[in-house]
Design a protein around this ligand. Structure first.
Ligand SMILES: [Zn+2]
Length: 426
């Protein structure tokens, strides 16, 4: 309805204008060279209007012709962007599905079509990693690290690669660059803590790691690595405070107390630990100041009194008694251990020594020794330091497993199989 009204109004205006034009009196004459024209004023006005409209149309046509190449470029660009966007989607799908070949192919396609944008570089790198092409991934991460706003992504990728190939020096450099590019990320903090542990930078690791069950281990290691005795004592004290029954922590603290002249305090720490978790190394530390055999027997008795039924108490009593020539007392401790169902190898070896001392180099003595040594071969294994990760036995405790490199995995394994098992096996 509105269109009809507009049409009628427009038609009326044209009719009125035409009527007014037709009513204009006079005529127009023009001559250019040999060409001359003479007509009435309304026709001249109409011709002029037609000429203006024709010129306008011609101008528009010329402008359209001029922009054809430009619009062709824009069209091609839009088309490449659209194909590139589809390639990006396909890479994401392939990455999510774990399809290595298609991910790499589409990522390269996206990079060709869309150029070196952070998105395409990241996709090329991730597709390369998925396919095990670390060289391709590294090249893309390096290009990414040079992009102003996305350099963190590049350093992050390179850092992950360095950690994977255990190149700790390179990883440390990259972690610093990543920190400079984007400071304060939780992920980077965790990575730097891991690097500090791998490079034995224990003090830094303690600053970077949050709550961690291995903190006593880091404190012990930091104390060992610290050249300043006062700071080393502080670290060791922290270790002992956090794990007062963990032999390496106790000894880290007690050793430094002894070195600083606080022997009573050192002995008190060891005695306290002996009540909760007796260990041969604690006994060795407690008895170290005594050199005379009988004095060592007395020191062993004081220690064992804190935890009399423990196998470690029985062994330290037997060992010191034997060294002092008190074979009866040593044998009594072995019998008590056996009555408790303990049949560890080290007990049989002590028994062999008792037989040797008591009977000397006689036929009966040699027979008794041989029997004790035979028992040793079928006895339960002695407790030992062992890595909970790779299960390798270790001669001594270390903050880091010397075999698999894991931190905080060396534990005292004293869980012996039931005594009856080895007897049956024998
Ligand atoms: Zn290990």
């Amino acid at each position: 309805m509105l269109k009809v009204i507009l049409f009628l109004v427009a038609a009326s205006v044209i009719v009125v204008v035409a009527w007014m034009l037709a009513g204009i009196p006079g005529h127009v004459a023009a001559s250019i060279g040999a060409f001359s024209i003479e007509t009435s004023a309304p026709v001249a006005i109409l011709m002029l209007a037609v000429l203006v409209i024709a010129l306008l149309l011609l101008f528009r046509l010329l402008r359209g012709l001029r922009s054809i190449p430009r619009s062709g470029v824009a069209w091609r660009r839009r088309r490449r962007a659209a194909i590139g966007d589809r390639a990006v989607t396909r890479v994401l799908v392939a990455l999510a599905a774990g399809e290595q070949g298609p991910a790499r192919k589409e990522a390269r396609r996206a990079r060709n079509l869309l150029g070196e944008s952070p998105q395409t570089l990241l996709l090329v790198a991730e597709a390369g990693r998925l396919a095990g092409r670390e060289d391709e991934a590294e090249e893309a991460f390096r290009a990414l690290s040079k992009q102003k706003d996305a350099s963190f992504l590049g350093f992050r990728g390179l850092l992950r690669q360095a950690v994977d190939r255990q190149d700790w020096t390179e990883a440390l450099t990259l972690a610093k660059q990543a920190e400079a590019a984007h400071p304060g990320t939780a992920w980077l903090r965790q990575q730097r803590a891991e690097l500090a542990l791998q490079t034995n930078n224990w003090a830094e690791a303690l600053e970077l790691v949050g709550p961690d069950p291995n903190r006593p281990t880091y404190y012990i290691a930091a104390a060992e690595a610290e050249p300043d005795p006062a700071r080393a004592l502080d670290f060791a004290k922290q270790a002992w405070k956090q794990a007062p029954a963990f032999t390496p922590a106790v000894l880290a603290y007690a050793t430094r107390l002894r070195a600083g002249g606080s022997e009573r305090r050192a002995q008190a720490c060891v005695l306290e630990a002996w009540k909760r978790a007796p260990h041969p190394d604690l006994a060795a530390f407690a008895l170290a100041p005594q050199t005379a055999p009988l004095a060592r027997v007395q020191a062993a008795k004081r220690l064992a009194a804190a935890n009399p039924t423990s196998i470690e108490s029985r062994i330290v009593l037997a060992r010191t008694a034997l060294d002092a020539g008190l074979t009866g007392e040593a044998r009594h401790q072995l019998d008590a251990s056996q009555a408790q169902g303990i049949r560890q190898r080290r007990l049989s070896l002590i028994l062999a020594e008792i037989e040797e001392q008591e009977r000397g180099d006689t036929e009966a003595g040699r027979l008794a020794q041989r029997e004790a040594l035979r028992q040793a071969t079928t006895a339960d294994p002695d407790p030992r330091w062992e890595c909970t990760n790779c299960h390798t036995g270790q001669a001594a405790w270390h903050p880091k497993c010397t075999t698999c490199g894991k931190v905080g995995t060396i534990q005292w394994q004293s869980n012996q199989p039931p005594a009856g098992l080895s007897v049956v096996a024998a």
